[in-house]
Design a protein around this ligand. Sequence first.
Ligand code: RIB
Length: 335
Amino acid sequence: MAEQAGVSLGTVSNVLNRPDSVSDQTRQRVLAVIERLGYVRSESARQLRAGRSRIIALLVLDMANPFFVEMARGAQQAARAAGLAVMMCNSAADPAEEADYLAMFAEQQVRGVLVTPTGDAADGRLHVLRGRGIPFVYADREQPSAKACSVSVDDVAGGRLAVRHLLTEGHRKVVYLSGPAHLAQSRDRHAGALAAFAEAGLPPDRLTVLEAARFDVTAGREAAARLLGMADRPTAVFCANDLLALGVLQALYAAGLRVPQEMAIVGYDDIDFASAAAVPLTSVRQPAHRIGRTAAELLIAETDEEAAPAHEHRKIVFQPELVVRSSSLSGHRRP
Ligand code: RIB
């Protein structure tokens, strides 16, 4: 290309990277050759030379869950403001898939990684990233040590809000429909549910725990079949996320059970479908967009060349909010 334009390789590089340092006549001659040859710049080659990718990787538990889509939108907003982009990947809550993606992010030398980890064991794999000079931020999970930034919601408080509401509505036999128990989200929301029973002076055995295989609508429908088959059936169910709750709602409706009159339902996340459900769903709202935006802002600050040396890891915990709708309002019950 340089030969065809009658200039040096350095001049071609200047035309591409520092166009102001080249005369208009030379720049036009080189650009004409580039167009004739159909040359396309290699971003990965540029990144290797500059050592600074413009891609932030976001690894979530379930790309089909609107909660993570909203979290990704928040991260994208912060990334775009910094001239960066977000690449969203799905671990499917599977540690092996998580490990594969983390290895790929390290190999591709992404700018940094936002991750909702698949469980406590993920912490070791994530520090491998740091060993390659790739910072990461926990999104939607509190980081137990101070070795990384984290942005999360107090899920214990969220579980307590959900079940305190059901107890206030007069329910005394409640089911907690958990997601996979290895996820911190499942454990913390369960702990909050138990705390609500304790503060009401009620025995914990009035809270029955069912564990769903996944945090999705199908698993919610499957769990509802178990709920319907329970002897001495509880009158309320707190679901660990809205997708489970929507699956339960659909299955109970198909079985002819009235919600909330015969079964009150509370979900978690307050995704858009919650308010749009056939029986609008009471849910514990998480600020998903803000979680994503804040996590990305922390990561971008940590990767900024000037600011990085002074960077101190931060743990940001937002508070959940109970949004009451008709799926749990059935008037006060006699205990
Ligand atoms: O992925 C399961 C759940 O964890 C989501 O629905 C959201 O609540 C997250 O915190």
